[in-house]
Design a protein around this ligand. Structure first.
Ligand code: ATP
Length: 365
């Protein structure tokens, strides 16, 4: 497996791009470390497939370089790059047996039959294809065919990376959960460099140790699922990750206090240097809702509640804004009027959409 670096990379599908909006990918530098499991996450049209296809060589970038272990491969064809790619729809040979389909990428590279048998057996077992190894692929369900496609991507241990482009789209939801878990296990066992494109945050957060969040052709944040949840670097990431996403409230900050409408929220000593208009971000999970007034609590009006089984999502009006609050199962939800606390350690501040990095005395002051 290899480290993959993208240097000054940008891409436009137009022959003579001039304006910002002519670019599907804006200029970026990005390193994909060897043996990590990455998810490339973002809404439809943000450039995920373009980026993946640039790594595999299916698309040549209009600017910049692709390096595998320091070697410039930008001009190399996909077959010269030693990459495995799994697409949304199965790419298999219907007339061959499942075994022969899985063995194909190894036979193509003249691996000895004994080694092929070992590896095919191992991958088939992990994907629970061992029962159908001798069956013809044509006779199998769409799910099984996509599992073969995944297997064909996974059999080669000598590839620089395995790229997955929304590979579970056609899979039955129940099997999806199982396959996501399997891919994670396979990563832990084989230590492969994997890049997994998805627009589904659950898929990204369960599969990857590092998630790359994209929007409109730009990388907004690279981090662990916990980083993205606790410290979104951009308001887009706050909105996009989480269900529901982060709350954002426009506020005026002076002397370590945020004013929202007529309401004041103390932010702590570490924000005393800030002054001006910002956005205060807080996740629905971190707001504390009570039926009775508490110290530093603010009165809110409950607009609606939605029972989710293991929690209740409350929509409430606070200082002229609508907020989402996630109330844990078993905790009382007020009917009309509630009292809300904003724990300081979970408040994040944003300027022009970007997180303000503030030195704190301690993470939980
Ligand atoms: P999706 O999840 O819908 O596949 P994506 O995040 O993978 O979206 P891309 O398919 O990379 O996004 O598309 C990024 C932008 O480039 C979009 O505006 C798209 O319309 C454009 N685009 C993609 N492929 C081509 C192409 N072959 N020719 C011209 N424009 C393209």
């Amino acid at each position: 497996m290899a480290q993959i670096d993208l240097k000054n990379l940008a891409h436009s599908y137009l022959p003579n791009p001039t304006r910002e909006e002519d670019f599907a990918l804006h200029k970026m530098d990005l390193s994909w470390e060897d043996s990590h499991a990455y998810a490339l996450l973002g809404p439809s049209g943000c450039g995920k497939t373009t980026l993946l296809n640039i790594i595999s060589g299916l698309v040549k970038p209009s600017e910049g370089q692709v390096l595998f272990d320091g070697q410039n491969v930008t001009e190399q064809l996909p077959q010269e790059r030693n990459i495995a790619q799994v697409f949304q729809f199965p790419v298999i040979y219907d007339t061959m047996s499942v075994y022969d389909n899985l063995a194909f990428p190894l036979r193509n590279r003249k691996h000895p039959e004994k080694k092929i048998r070992e590896r095919v057996t191992e991958v088939a077992e992990m994907l629970e294809l061992d029962d159908v190894l001798n069956k013809r692929a044509a006779n199998l369900s769409a799910d099984a065919k996509q599992k073969i496609s995944l297997g064909r991507g996974l059999v080669r241990s000598d590839v620089a990376a395995i790229l997955f482009d929304e590979p579970l789209t056609v899979i039955d939801p129940h099997l999806k959960v199982m396959l996501r878990r399997k891919l994670k296990q396979i990563h832990a066992r084989f230590k492969l460099t994997m890049i997994y494109v998805t627009h589904d945050q659950l898929e990204a957060l369960t599969f990857a140790d590092q998630v790359v969040v994209m929007n409109e052709g730009r990388i907004l944040q690279i981090g662990s699922p916990q980083d993205l949840f606790e410290n979104p670097q951009h308001t887009f990431v706050g909105h996009f990750i989480g269900s529901p996403g982060m709350n954002f409230l426009p506020c005026q900050i002076v002397g370590g206090v945020a004013t929202i409408g007529q309401t004041e929220i103390p932010l702590g000593e570490h924000t005393k240097h800030l002054s001006g208009t910002f956005e205060l971000g807080i996740r629905p999970e971190f707001l504390i809702l009570k039926t009775k007034t508490q110290q530093d609590s603010h009165e809110i009006t409950i607009k609606s509640t939605e029972n989710m089984g293991n929690c209740t999502i409350v929509t409430a009006e606070f200082a002229g804004h609508l907020l989402k609050i996630k109330v844990p199962e078993g905790q009382d939800v007020p009917e009309k009027t509630g009292f809300l606390n904003f724990p300081q350690q979970w408040i994040r501040l944003y300027d022009d959409g970007k997180l303000i990095e503030i030195e704190r005395g301690s993470a939980h002051e």
